[in-house]
Write a protein that binds this ligand. Structure first.
Ligand SMILES: [Zn+2]
Ligand SMILES: [Zn+2]
Length: 120
């Protein structure tokens, strides 16, 4: 079976990736709650959050072995979170002196939404 690595984004929610994606990869290493995987088909390296039933898991493509160990950067997580919420509105975050636009459907900006623990 042909792998789907080439058609996947740089970072995505594991739950929204191809079915059985994690199981199709070879586990190489694990550190600080992130696991390093290699695709046996094309050799692409993926960093995937370790399993935790209370946590949303991210998968991120790594350009090379030198990029490991890594964590999934907060800025990347925020970008994905913002995209999954549909972007921002014209209204302002309710945090005093924040000055950033609200994320759709909530009264917080992306920074304060993330701080509140939202990940998807
Ligand atoms: Zn692949
Ligand atoms: Zn804010």
């Amino acid at each position: 079976m042909k792998c789907e690595c080439a058609s996947l984004p740089e970072i995505f929610y594991l739950s929204e990736g191809p079915e059985g994606f994690e199981g199709s990869l070879k586990l190489l290493d694990g550190k600080d709650w992130v696991n390093l995987y290699e695709c046996p088909e094309c050799g692409t390296l993926w960093a995937i959050d370790a399993w935790d039933k209370y946590r949303v898991r991210f998968a991120m493509r790594l350009g090379s072995r030198e990029a490991w160990p890594t964590i999934i950067p907060v800025e990347e997580q925020k970008e994905l979170l913002l995209a999954s919420r549909g972007g921002t509105t014209d209204e302002m975050c309710i945090w005093e002196d924040c000055g950033k636009h609200r994320v759709k459907g909530v009264v917080y900006c992306i920074d304060h939404l993330y701080e509140a623990g939202a990940r998807e």
